[in-house]
Design a protein around this ligand. Structure first.
Ligand code: 3HC
Length: 311
C-alpha cells in the first residue's frame, strides 16, 4: 500500500504537480520541508537584527524610510514562511523553541556584524542579491505553500537589493573616505555571501534528495556561480574590487572562476562560533520573553472578540 502511495507521489513530482498540505507525502519529504522552511523563516527574523541596528543612525530620512521598510518586509517574510511550515504540522511555538535552543539553524550570514553604514549597502546588494537568486529558484519548488510564499517574497526582495546597491553606488561616487567604507564593506561581506548558498554540492548531505523532490531546482554550487557571474560586473560598474585574487573570467564556461571558500569558517559560524551568534540568539530570546505579554494580550483580546460574536 505504502509502496503504491510512494510511486504515485514520485509520479506527481515528475509531472511537476504542486504538493498541497492535505496531500499524501513521504514522512521524510515532510520533515525536510519543515526543516528548510522553518530555518528559512528564522533567517528572515534574525536577519532583521543587523539592519535594525542602523535604522536610528541612517544618514538621511530617505535612507531611514527605505531601511525601515526593508526590515519590516523581512519580518513579514518570516511570518509567511512560519505559516507555510505550520501547514506541515509543526507549531509556531515548537519552531521558536528550536531556534532559541540552538536546535534550528538560520542563515550564517547574519552572524557577521554590521559595523558601518556601508554595511547596509553591502547587505542589501549582496545578501539580498544572493537571497533573490536562491528564492527565484524556490518559486518552482514542489511544495505549494512554499512556492507561493516565494513568489510574493521575491517581489519585495528586488527593492531590498536595489536600495542596497544604490547606497553602494552613492558611496562609490563620494569622498575617498566613503569609497573606502564601501570597499571595506564589500571585503567583509563578499565571502560570507558566497557561503550563504551552503556547502559544495559534493559535501551537501541534502542537495541530491532535495533535487529529486524538486524542493531544490538548482544546486548550491549552480546558484553560487549564478550569483558570482551576476555580481562581479555590478562591482566593476561602481569601481569596487571583489576581494578575490583568483577571480577570473573563464570563456569556456562563460562564467567566473573564483578562489577557494574558507569552509572551516563556514562550519564554525554554522556551529555557533561566528562573531555575533551569541548576541543574535540573546536578542531573539529577550524579544520572545519580553514580548510574552503582547502575545497573551492579543490572545485574550481575540477570545473576548470571539465571545462577543457568539453572544
Ligand atoms: N547558514 C546556516 N546553515 C546552513 C547554510 C547557511 N548558509 N547552508 C547550509 N546550512 C546547513 C543546512 O541547514 C544543513 O544543516 P541541517 O541539516 O541541520 O539543516 C547543512 O548545513 C547542510 O547543508 P545542505 O546544503 O545540505 O542543506 P540544505 O539542502 O538545506 O541547503 C540552503 C541549505 C541552500 C540554505 C537551503 O536550506 C535553502 O535554500 N534554504 C532556503 C533559503 C534560505 O534559508 N535563505 C536564507 C537567506 S537569508 C534571507 O532569505 C533573508 C533575506 O531576505 C535577506
Amino acid at each position: 500500500q505504502i509502496k503504491n502511495l510512494e510511486e504515485q507521489f514520485e509520479a506527481r513530482i515528475v509531472r511537476d504537480d504542486k504538493i498541497e498540505p492535505k496531500d499524501w507525502m513521504p514522512e521524510k519529504y515532510r520533515q525536510t520541508h519543515i526543516r528548510q522552511i522553518s530555518q528559512h523563516a528564522h533567517s528572515e527574523i534574525v536577519g532583521m537584527l543587523p539592519e535594525g541596528n542602523w535604522i536610528t543612525r541612517a544618514p538621511s530620512l530617505r535612507r531611514k524610510v527605505a531601511l525601515l521598510a526593508k526590515v519590516q518586509d523581512e519580518g513579514g517574510h518570516g511570518l509567511y514562511l512560519y505559516s507555510a511550515a505550520e501547514t506541515l504540522g509543526i507549531s509556531r511555538d515548537e519552531m521558536f523553541e528550536q531556534l532559541h535552543s540552538g536546535k534550528a539553524k538560520y542563515s550564517s550570514i547574519f552572524n557577521y556584524p554590521a559595523l558601518t553604514w556601508a554595511d547596509m549597502g553591502a547587505i542589501g546588494w549582496l545578501v539580498d542579491g544572493a537571497a533573490i537568486i536562491n528564492q527565484v529558484a524556490l518559486c518552482g519548488t514542489s511544495y505549494g505553500p512554499y512556492a507561493r510564499a516565494m513568489v510574493r517574497i521575491c517581489k519585495e526582495e528586488s527593492f531590498h537589493q536595489r536600495q542596497g546597491y544604490e547606497i553602494m553606488l552613492k558611496l562609490s561616487e563620494g569622498t575617498q573616505e566613503q569609497k573606502d567604507m564601501a570597499q571595506d564593506a564589500l571585503n567583509r561581506f563578499w565571502w560570507p555571501s558566497l557561503m550563504m548558498f551552503g556547502p559544495k554540492d559534493d559535501e551537501s548531505p541534502h542537495t541530491a534528495q532535495s533535487m529529486k523532490w524538486k524542493l531544490k531546482r538548482k544546486t548550491n554550487d549552480d546558484l553560487r556561480q549564478q550569483f558570482v557571474d551576476q555580481t562581479v560586473p555590478q562591482a566593476e560598474l561602481i569601481g569596487l574590487t571583489i576581494p578575490d585574487p583568483d577571480l577570473k573570467w573563464n570563456e569556456d564556461k562563460k562564467g567566473y572562476d573564483f578562489g577557494p571558500i574558507d569552509w572551516d569558517e563556514f562550519w564554525q559560524v554554522v556551529k555557533g562560533h561566528g562573531p555575533c551568534n551569541k548576541e543574535r540568539m540573546k536578542a531573539r530570546v529577550n524579544a520572545w520573553e519580553e514580548g510574552a505579554w503582547v502575545r497573551d494580550a492579543a490572545m485574550a483580546y481575540a477570545e473576548k472578540q470571539q465571545e462577543r460574536k457568539e453572544k
